[in-house]
Design a protein around this ligand. Structure first.
Ligand SMILES: Cc1cc2nc3c(=O)[nH]c(=O)nc-3n(C[C@H](O)[C@H](O)[C@H](O)COP(=O)(O)OP(=O)(O)OC[C@H]3O[C@@H](n4cnc5c(N)ncnc54)[C@H](O)[C@@H]3O)c2cc1C
Length: 414
Protein backbone atom coordinates (compact mmCIF):
# COMPACT_ATOMS: atom_id res chain seq x y z
CA UNK A 1 0.00 0.00 0.00
CA UNK A 2 1.38 3.43 -0.95
CA UNK A 3 2.01 5.58 2.09
CA UNK A 4 0.08 8.84 1.88
CA UNK A 5 2.48 11.74 2.44
CA UNK A 6 3.47 15.11 1.07
CA UNK A 7 5.89 13.24 -1.24
CA UNK A 8 3.20 10.93 -2.69
CA UNK A 9 1.02 14.01 -3.18
CA UNK A 10 3.77 15.80 -5.12
CA UNK A 11 4.59 12.63 -7.11
CA UNK A 12 0.94 12.15 -8.12
CA UNK A 13 0.51 15.84 -8.93
CA UNK A 14 3.09 15.24 -11.69
CA UNK A 15 0.65 12.84 -13.40
CA UNK A 16 -2.45 14.96 -12.79
CA UNK A 17 -3.57 12.67 -9.94
CA UNK A 18 -4.56 9.99 -12.45
CA UNK A 19 -2.40 7.21 -10.99
CA UNK A 20 -3.48 6.94 -7.38
CA UNK A 21 -3.90 3.33 -6.24
CA UNK A 22 -7.40 2.16 -5.32
CA UNK A 23 -7.85 2.68 -1.59
CA UNK A 24 -9.04 -0.91 -1.04
CA UNK A 25 -9.58 -4.04 -3.14
CA UNK A 26 -12.97 -5.35 -4.16
CA UNK A 27 -12.59 -9.13 -3.72
CA UNK A 28 -15.16 -11.87 -4.25
CA UNK A 29 -16.21 -13.57 -1.02
CA UNK A 30 -14.18 -16.66 -0.07
CA UNK A 31 -16.05 -19.81 1.03
CA UNK A 32 -14.84 -19.48 4.64
CA UNK A 33 -13.33 -16.95 7.07
CA UNK A 34 -12.04 -17.05 10.61
CA UNK A 35 -14.19 -14.02 11.49
CA UNK A 36 -17.00 -12.31 9.57
CA UNK A 37 -18.11 -8.81 10.51
CA UNK A 38 -21.59 -7.89 9.27
CA UNK A 39 -21.90 -4.16 8.59
CA UNK A 40 -19.41 -1.88 6.86
CA UNK A 41 -19.97 1.23 8.94
CA UNK A 42 -17.20 2.77 11.01
CA UNK A 43 -17.66 0.37 13.92
CA UNK A 44 -17.57 -2.76 11.73
CA UNK A 45 -14.53 -1.57 9.77
CA UNK A 46 -12.71 -0.55 12.96
CA UNK A 47 -13.41 -4.00 14.43
CA UNK A 48 -11.93 -5.67 11.35
CA UNK A 49 -8.89 -3.39 11.43
CA UNK A 50 -8.08 -4.09 15.10
CA UNK A 51 -8.69 -7.84 14.62
CA UNK A 52 -6.02 -7.82 11.91
CA UNK A 53 -3.70 -5.27 13.51
CA UNK A 54 -3.74 -6.21 17.19
CA UNK A 55 -5.26 -9.68 17.47
CA UNK A 56 -3.36 -11.38 14.66
CA UNK A 57 -6.57 -12.52 12.89
CA UNK A 58 -6.27 -11.52 9.25
CA UNK A 59 -8.64 -14.03 7.70
CA UNK A 60 -11.51 -11.58 8.15
CA UNK A 61 -14.34 -10.34 5.91
CA UNK A 62 -16.54 -7.28 6.32
CA UNK A 63 -19.91 -7.84 4.63
CA UNK A 64 -21.83 -4.67 3.75
CA UNK A 65 -25.22 -4.61 2.03
CA UNK A 66 -24.71 -1.15 0.50
CA UNK A 67 -21.59 0.98 0.36
CA UNK A 68 -19.03 1.65 3.09
CA UNK A 69 -20.18 4.31 5.53
CA UNK A 70 -23.59 4.62 3.81
CA UNK A 71 -25.39 4.01 7.10
CA UNK A 72 -25.21 6.23 10.17
CA UNK A 73 -21.44 6.60 9.82
CA UNK A 74 -21.86 8.87 6.78
CA UNK A 75 -24.98 10.60 8.12
CA UNK A 76 -24.02 11.90 11.53
CA UNK A 77 -23.12 15.37 12.78
CA UNK A 78 -19.61 14.16 13.69
CA UNK A 79 -19.52 15.33 17.30
CA UNK A 80 -16.77 13.74 19.38
CA UNK A 81 -16.66 14.05 23.18
CA UNK A 82 -16.07 11.90 26.24
CA UNK A 83 -17.94 13.89 28.91
CA UNK A 84 -20.32 11.10 29.97
CA UNK A 85 -21.63 10.73 33.52
CA UNK A 86 -21.25 7.07 34.43
CA UNK A 87 -17.88 5.41 35.05
CA UNK A 88 -18.54 2.65 32.49
CA UNK A 89 -19.37 5.23 29.81
CA UNK A 90 -16.42 7.45 30.76
CA UNK A 91 -14.11 4.44 30.39
CA UNK A 92 -15.18 3.56 26.83
CA UNK A 93 -15.65 7.11 25.50
CA UNK A 94 -12.36 8.33 26.95
CA UNK A 95 -10.61 5.25 25.55
CA UNK A 96 -12.03 6.40 22.23
CA UNK A 97 -10.87 9.98 22.68
CA UNK A 98 -7.31 8.74 23.25
CA UNK A 99 -7.50 6.61 20.09
CA UNK A 100 -8.89 9.59 18.10
CA UNK A 101 -5.90 11.68 19.16
CA UNK A 102 -3.50 9.44 17.20
CA UNK A 103 -5.88 8.03 14.59
CA UNK A 104 -4.80 9.94 11.46
CA UNK A 105 -1.20 8.89 12.06
CA UNK A 106 -2.14 5.31 12.92
CA UNK A 107 -4.28 4.86 9.79
CA UNK A 108 -2.11 7.07 7.54
CA UNK A 109 -5.38 8.76 6.55
CA UNK A 110 -6.44 12.25 7.52
CA UNK A 111 -9.66 11.79 9.48
CA UNK A 112 -9.69 15.56 10.06
CA UNK A 113 -10.02 15.19 13.81
CA UNK A 114 -10.45 18.73 15.11
CA UNK A 115 -10.37 19.27 18.86
CA UNK A 116 -12.09 22.64 18.66
CA UNK A 117 -13.83 22.14 22.03
CA UNK A 118 -17.43 21.40 22.87
CA UNK A 119 -19.85 23.60 24.79
CA UNK A 120 -22.78 22.01 26.54
CA UNK A 121 -25.25 24.82 27.34
CA UNK A 122 -27.39 25.09 30.47
CA UNK A 123 -30.65 27.05 30.15
CA UNK A 124 -32.38 26.46 33.48
CA UNK A 125 -31.81 25.32 37.05
CA UNK A 126 -32.17 21.65 36.15
CA UNK A 127 -29.55 22.00 33.40
CA UNK A 128 -27.19 23.75 35.83
CA UNK A 129 -27.59 20.92 38.35
CA UNK A 130 -27.07 18.35 35.62
CA UNK A 131 -23.85 19.90 34.29
CA UNK A 132 -22.65 20.35 37.89
CA UNK A 133 -23.17 16.69 38.68
CA UNK A 134 -21.71 15.49 35.40
CA UNK A 135 -18.78 17.91 35.46
CA UNK A 136 -17.65 16.66 38.86
CA UNK A 137 -18.12 13.01 37.88
CA UNK A 138 -16.05 13.64 34.75
CA UNK A 139 -13.22 15.19 36.77
CA UNK A 140 -13.18 12.16 39.06
CA UNK A 141 -12.63 10.06 35.95
CA UNK A 142 -9.71 12.24 34.90
CA UNK A 143 -11.52 13.73 31.88
CA UNK A 144 -11.14 17.40 30.99
CA UNK A 145 -14.08 19.73 31.54
CA UNK A 146 -14.60 23.31 32.68
CA UNK A 147 -17.61 25.24 33.97
CA UNK A 148 -18.15 28.49 32.09
CA UNK A 149 -20.17 31.53 33.12
CA UNK A 150 -22.60 33.14 30.62
CA UNK A 151 -20.02 35.89 30.04
CA UNK A 152 -17.33 33.34 29.20
CA UNK A 153 -19.74 31.59 26.80
CA UNK A 154 -20.49 34.93 25.13
CA UNK A 155 -16.80 35.68 24.78
CA UNK A 156 -16.26 32.30 23.14
CA UNK A 157 -19.27 32.47 20.78
CA UNK A 158 -19.90 36.14 20.13
CA UNK A 159 -22.82 35.54 17.75
CA UNK A 160 -24.88 33.62 20.31
CA UNK A 161 -27.89 35.33 21.87
CA UNK A 162 -27.46 34.35 25.52
CA UNK A 163 -30.30 36.53 26.85
CA UNK A 164 -33.16 35.44 24.60
CA UNK A 165 -35.98 32.99 25.00
CA UNK A 166 -33.47 30.30 26.01
CA UNK A 167 -31.11 32.22 28.31
CA UNK A 168 -27.68 30.71 28.79
CA UNK A 169 -27.03 30.32 32.53
CA UNK A 170 -23.70 28.53 32.11
CA UNK A 171 -22.02 25.76 30.19
CA UNK A 172 -19.84 22.70 30.57
CA UNK A 173 -16.90 22.91 28.21
CA UNK A 174 -14.76 19.97 27.09
CA UNK A 175 -11.67 21.45 25.41
CA UNK A 176 -10.64 18.09 23.88
CA UNK A 177 -14.07 17.56 22.30
CA UNK A 178 -14.69 18.44 18.67
CA UNK A 179 -15.44 16.84 15.33
CA UNK A 180 -13.94 14.43 12.78
CA UNK A 181 -14.71 13.85 9.13
CA UNK A 182 -17.18 10.93 9.22
CA UNK A 183 -16.63 9.25 5.87
CA UNK A 184 -12.86 9.66 6.13
CA UNK A 185 -13.08 7.55 9.29
CA UNK A 186 -14.81 4.73 7.38
CA UNK A 187 -12.41 5.03 4.44
CA UNK A 188 -9.32 5.25 6.69
CA UNK A 189 -10.23 2.09 8.59
CA UNK A 190 -11.22 0.32 5.36
CA UNK A 191 -7.95 1.14 3.63
CA UNK A 192 -5.85 0.14 6.64
CA UNK A 193 -7.81 -3.10 7.20
CA UNK A 194 -7.56 -4.00 3.51
CA UNK A 195 -3.81 -3.48 3.61
CA UNK A 196 -3.65 -6.06 6.42
CA UNK A 197 -5.54 -8.61 4.30
CA UNK A 198 -9.16 -8.04 5.36
CA UNK A 199 -11.68 -8.69 2.55
CA UNK A 200 -14.18 -5.84 2.28
CA UNK A 201 -17.25 -6.98 0.37
CA UNK A 202 -19.83 -4.34 -0.57
CA UNK A 203 -23.26 -4.78 -2.17
CA UNK A 204 -23.70 -8.08 -0.33
CA UNK A 205 -26.66 -8.34 2.03
CA UNK A 206 -26.75 -10.81 4.89
CA UNK A 207 -30.10 -12.60 4.76
CA UNK A 208 -29.67 -15.20 7.51
CA UNK A 209 -27.34 -17.21 9.71
CA UNK A 210 -26.27 -20.83 9.57
CA UNK A 211 -26.80 -21.95 13.17
CA UNK A 212 -26.29 -25.57 14.18
CA UNK A 213 -26.97 -26.80 17.74
CA UNK A 214 -26.85 -23.25 19.07
CA UNK A 215 -23.51 -22.44 17.43
CA UNK A 216 -23.09 -20.05 14.48
CA UNK A 217 -21.35 -21.71 11.53
CA UNK A 218 -21.69 -18.98 8.91
CA UNK A 219 -23.95 -16.49 7.18
CA UNK A 220 -26.35 -16.52 4.24
CA UNK A 221 -25.97 -13.65 1.81
CA UNK A 222 -27.24 -12.42 -1.54
CA UNK A 223 -23.88 -13.64 -2.92
CA UNK A 224 -24.13 -17.12 -1.42
CA UNK A 225 -23.39 -18.79 1.91
CA UNK A 226 -20.11 -18.06 3.68
CA UNK A 227 -18.75 -20.12 6.57
CA UNK A 228 -17.13 -18.52 9.62
CA UNK A 229 -15.84 -19.61 13.01
CA UNK A 230 -17.03 -16.38 14.63
CA UNK A 231 -19.44 -13.66 13.50
CA UNK A 232 -19.71 -10.07 14.77
CA UNK A 233 -22.85 -8.11 13.88
CA UNK A 234 -22.44 -4.33 13.73
CA UNK A 235 -25.52 -3.15 11.85
CA UNK A 236 -26.80 -0.18 13.93
CA UNK A 237 -30.47 0.52 13.04
CA UNK A 238 -30.92 -2.98 11.60
CA UNK A 239 -29.55 -4.87 14.60
CA UNK A 240 -32.94 -6.07 15.83
CA UNK A 241 -33.66 -7.34 12.30
CA UNK A 242 -30.40 -9.29 12.40
CA UNK A 243 -31.19 -10.64 15.88
CA UNK A 244 -34.53 -11.89 14.65
CA UNK A 245 -32.72 -13.78 11.86
CA UNK A 246 -30.61 -15.43 14.56
CA UNK A 247 -33.69 -16.37 16.59
CA UNK A 248 -33.59 -13.96 19.55
CA UNK A 249 -34.77 -10.44 20.36
CA UNK A 250 -32.69 -7.33 21.02
CA UNK A 251 -33.91 -4.64 23.44
CA UNK A 252 -33.71 -1.94 20.77
CA UNK A 253 -35.97 0.53 19.03
CA UNK A 254 -35.05 1.86 15.57
CA UNK A 255 -35.84 5.54 15.15
CA UNK A 256 -35.10 8.12 12.45
CA UNK A 257 -32.63 10.82 13.47
CA UNK A 258 -32.06 13.75 11.16
CA UNK A 259 -29.54 16.47 10.50
CA UNK A 260 -29.11 19.30 8.04
CA UNK A 261 -26.51 21.73 6.71
CA UNK A 262 -26.81 25.36 5.71
CA UNK A 263 -25.28 27.10 2.73
CA UNK A 264 -21.55 27.75 3.32
CA UNK A 265 -20.68 30.97 5.12
CA UNK A 266 -17.51 32.59 6.44
CA UNK A 267 -16.06 31.13 9.66
CA UNK A 268 -18.30 32.23 12.54
CA UNK A 269 -18.48 29.37 15.05
CA UNK A 270 -15.19 27.74 16.02
CA UNK A 271 -16.44 25.28 18.61
CA UNK A 272 -19.23 22.69 18.90
CA UNK A 273 -22.40 23.86 20.65
CA UNK A 274 -24.89 21.45 22.17
CA UNK A 275 -28.13 22.23 23.91
CA UNK A 276 -30.00 19.20 25.14
CA UNK A 277 -32.79 21.27 26.64
CA UNK A 278 -33.84 22.73 23.27
CA UNK A 279 -32.35 19.88 21.23
CA UNK A 280 -30.08 21.83 18.93
CA UNK A 281 -26.50 20.98 18.04
CA UNK A 282 -24.38 23.22 15.84
CA UNK A 283 -20.87 23.24 14.48
CA UNK A 284 -19.32 24.69 11.34
CA UNK A 285 -17.79 22.37 8.79
CA UNK A 286 -14.48 23.07 7.08
CA UNK A 287 -16.51 23.96 3.97
CA UNK A 288 -18.32 26.66 5.96
CA UNK A 289 -21.70 24.98 6.26
CA UNK A 290 -23.44 25.07 9.63
CA UNK A 291 -24.05 21.44 10.60
CA UNK A 292 -27.26 21.24 12.61
CA UNK A 293 -28.49 18.19 14.48
CA UNK A 294 -31.77 17.42 16.17
CA UNK A 295 -33.52 14.84 18.33
CA UNK A 296 -35.05 11.59 17.09
CA UNK A 297 -38.50 11.29 15.59
CA UNK A 298 -41.09 10.17 18.11
CA UNK A 299 -42.00 6.98 16.26
CA UNK A 300 -40.28 3.80 15.14
CA UNK A 301 -39.34 3.69 11.45
CA UNK A 302 -36.79 2.36 8.99
CA UNK A 303 -37.14 5.35 6.66
CA UNK A 304 -33.84 7.17 6.29
CA UNK A 305 -35.43 10.61 6.57
CA UNK A 306 -36.83 12.56 9.48
CA UNK A 307 -40.22 14.12 10.17
CA UNK A 308 -41.10 17.76 9.38
CA UNK A 309 -42.18 18.42 12.98
CA UNK A 310 -38.64 17.74 14.21
CA UNK A 311 -37.21 20.15 11.62
CA UNK A 312 -39.58 22.84 12.80
CA UNK A 313 -38.73 22.04 16.40
CA UNK A 314 -35.01 22.71 15.84
CA UNK A 315 -35.33 25.74 13.60
CA UNK A 316 -37.06 27.80 16.30
CA UNK A 317 -34.38 27.36 18.99
CA UNK A 318 -31.60 27.66 16.37
CA UNK A 319 -32.85 31.09 15.33
CA UNK A 320 -33.38 32.11 18.98
CA UNK A 321 -29.81 31.19 19.89
CA UNK A 322 -28.27 32.44 16.63
CA UNK A 323 -30.51 35.18 15.18
CA UNK A 324 -28.28 35.54 12.09
CA UNK A 325 -29.36 32.05 10.96
CA UNK A 326 -32.84 33.40 10.11
CA UNK A 327 -31.27 34.67 6.86
CA UNK A 328 -29.53 31.38 6.03
CA UNK A 329 -30.77 28.83 3.53
CA UNK A 330 -30.62 25.17 4.46
CA UNK A 331 -28.94 23.19 1.68
CA UNK A 332 -29.45 19.54 2.58
CA UNK A 333 -31.41 17.51 5.08
CA UNK A 334 -31.18 13.76 5.65
CA UNK A 335 -31.84 11.05 8.21
CA UNK A 336 -30.37 7.84 9.56
CA UNK A 337 -31.87 4.98 11.53
CA UNK A 338 -30.54 4.88 15.05
CA UNK A 339 -30.77 1.86 17.37
CA UNK A 340 -31.82 3.08 20.78
CA UNK A 341 -31.70 1.15 24.07
CA UNK A 342 -33.78 2.00 27.10
CA UNK A 343 -30.72 3.21 29.09
CA UNK A 344 -29.23 5.03 26.06
CA UNK A 345 -26.03 2.96 26.37
CA UNK A 346 -24.64 0.57 23.77
CA UNK A 347 -24.69 -3.22 23.69
CA UNK A 348 -21.36 -5.03 23.19
CA UNK A 349 -22.15 -8.59 23.97
CA UNK A 350 -22.17 -12.29 23.48
CA UNK A 351 -25.59 -13.60 22.48
CA UNK A 352 -27.66 -16.75 23.10
CA UNK A 353 -25.95 -18.16 19.95
CA UNK A 354 -22.39 -19.31 20.58
CA UNK A 355 -19.66 -17.44 18.67
CA UNK A 356 -22.17 -14.80 17.54
CA UNK A 357 -21.43 -11.34 18.96
CA UNK A 358 -23.43 -8.11 18.68
CA UNK A 359 -22.18 -4.52 18.81
CA UNK A 360 -25.14 -2.12 18.60
CA UNK A 361 -27.40 0.23 20.57
CA UNK A 362 -25.15 3.24 19.94
CA UNK A 363 -28.26 5.22 19.16
CA UNK A 364 -27.73 8.91 18.55
CA UNK A 365 -24.13 9.04 19.77
CA UNK A 366 -21.93 6.23 18.51
CA UNK A 367 -19.75 8.00 15.96
CA UNK A 368 -17.47 9.36 18.67
CA UNK A 369 -16.88 5.85 19.95
CA UNK A 370 -16.01 4.29 16.59
CA UNK A 371 -12.33 3.68 17.47
CA UNK A 372 -12.91 2.28 20.99
CA UNK A 373 -15.94 0.25 19.98
CA UNK A 374 -13.95 -1.45 17.22
CA UNK A 375 -10.95 -1.86 19.49
CA UNK A 376 -12.67 -3.55 22.44
CA UNK A 377 -15.06 -5.53 20.23
CA UNK A 378 -12.15 -6.96 18.22
CA UNK A 379 -10.39 -8.07 21.41
CA UNK A 380 -13.63 -9.60 22.71
CA UNK A 381 -14.21 -11.62 19.53
CA UNK A 382 -10.56 -12.70 19.37
CA UNK A 383 -10.44 -13.87 23.01
CA UNK A 384 -13.95 -15.28 23.22
CA UNK A 385 -14.48 -13.18 26.33
CA UNK A 386 -15.65 -9.58 26.56
CA UNK A 387 -12.91 -6.96 26.98
CA UNK A 388 -13.10 -5.38 30.49
CA UNK A 389 -14.19 -2.01 29.03
CA UNK A 390 -16.93 -3.74 26.98
CA UNK A 391 -18.11 -6.16 29.70
CA UNK A 392 -20.55 -3.76 31.47
CA UNK A 393 -22.37 -3.26 28.16
CA UNK A 394 -23.55 -6.86 28.03
CA UNK A 395 -27.10 -7.65 26.96
CA UNK A 396 -27.53 -9.33 30.40
CA UNK A 397 -27.93 -5.92 32.04
CA UNK A 398 -31.50 -5.72 30.76
CA UNK A 399 -32.31 -8.81 32.87
CA UNK A 400 -30.13 -8.00 35.90
CA UNK A 401 -31.17 -4.34 36.04
CA UNK A 402 -27.53 -3.12 36.01
CA UNK A 403 -28.41 -0.41 33.50
CA UNK A 404 -25.93 2.35 32.62
CA UNK A 405 -28.52 5.05 32.49
CA UNK A 406 -27.12 7.84 30.35
CA UNK A 407 -30.76 8.83 29.70
CA UNK A 408 -30.96 9.92 33.33
CA UNK A 409 -27.69 11.79 32.85
CA UNK A 410 -29.35 13.93 30.18
CA UNK A 411 -26.37 13.23 27.96
CA UNK A 412 -28.42 11.24 25.54
CA UNK A 413 -27.84 13.06 22.31
CA UNK A 414 -24.93 12.95 19.92
C1 LIG B 1 -28.41 12.35 11.88
C2 LIG B 1 -27.46 11.66 12.83
C3 LIG B 1 -26.62 12.43 13.62
C4 LIG B 1 -25.74 11.80 14.50
N1 LIG B 1 -24.84 12.58 15.17
C5 LIG B 1 -23.88 12.00 15.91
C6 LIG B 1 -22.85 12.79 16.49
O1 LIG B 1 -22.80 14.00 16.29
N2 LIG B 1 -21.91 12.18 17.24
C7 LIG B 1 -21.94 10.83 17.46
O2 LIG B 1 -21.07 10.33 18.20
N3 LIG B 1 -22.87 10.03 16.89
C8 LIG B 1 -23.84 10.58 16.11
N4 LIG B 1 -24.79 9.81 15.51
C9 LIG B 1 -24.81 8.35 15.74
C10 LIG B 1 -23.75 7.64 14.91
O3 LIG B 1 -23.87 8.04 13.56
C11 LIG B 1 -23.89 6.13 15.01
O4 LIG B 1 -24.01 5.71 16.36
C12 LIG B 1 -22.68 5.42 14.41
O5 LIG B 1 -22.28 6.00 13.20
C13 LIG B 1 -22.98 3.95 14.21
O6 LIG B 1 -21.96 3.38 13.43
P1 LIG B 1 -22.09 1.91 12.94
O7 LIG B 1 -20.85 1.58 12.18
O8 LIG B 1 -22.45 1.03 14.09
O9 LIG B 1 -23.39 1.92 12.03
P2 LIG B 1 -23.63 2.25 10.49
O10 LIG B 1 -22.70 3.27 9.97
O11 LIG B 1 -25.09 2.51 10.32
O12 LIG B 1 -23.23 0.88 9.81
C14 LIG B 1 -24.05 -0.25 9.84
C15 LIG B 1 -23.96 -0.88 8.46
O13 LIG B 1 -24.64 -2.14 8.49
C16 LIG B 1 -25.13 -2.35 7.19
N5 LIG B 1 -26.15 -3.38 7.23
C17 LIG B 1 -27.38 -3.33 7.81
N6 LIG B 1 -28.03 -4.49 7.60
C18 LIG B 1 -27.20 -5.30 6.87
C19 LIG B 1 -27.30 -6.61 6.32
N7 LIG B 1 -28.42 -7.33 6.47
N8 LIG B 1 -26.25 -7.13 5.64
C20 LIG B 1 -25.10 -6.39 5.48
N9 LIG B 1 -24.97 -5.12 5.96
C21 LIG B 1 -25.99 -4.60 6.65
C22 LIG B 1 -25.69 -0.97 6.81
O14 LIG B 1 -25.84 -0.84 5.41
C23 LIG B 1 -24.66 -0.04 7.39
O15 LIG B 1 -23.69 0.38 6.44
C24 LIG B 1 -25.72 10.38 14.63
C25 LIG B 1 -26.58 9.61 13.83
C26 LIG B 1 -27.44 10.24 12.93
C27 LIG B 1 -28.34 9.39 12.07
Amino acid sequence: MTKYSIFSLIRNAGSYHENWQRAWRSPDPQPEYEVIIVGGGGHGLATAYYLAKECGIRNVAVIEKGWLGGGNTGRNTTIVRSNYLWDESAAIYEHSMKLWEGLSQELNFNVMFSQRGLLHLAHNVHDMQEIGRRGHAIWLNGIDSEFLTPEQVQEMVTLMNINGRYPVMGALFQPRGGTARHDAVAWGYARAADALGVDIIQNCEVTGFDIQNGVVKGIRTTRGDIKAKRVGVVTAGHSSVMAEMAGFRMPLESLPLQAMVSEPIKPCIDTVIMSNAVHVYVSQSDKGELVVGAGTDAYISYAQRGGFDVMEHIMGPLVELFPFTSRLRMLRQWGGIVDVTVDRSPILSKTPVENLYFNCGWGTGGFKCTPASGHVFAHSIANGDMHPIAAPFSIDRFNSGALIDEAAAAAVAH
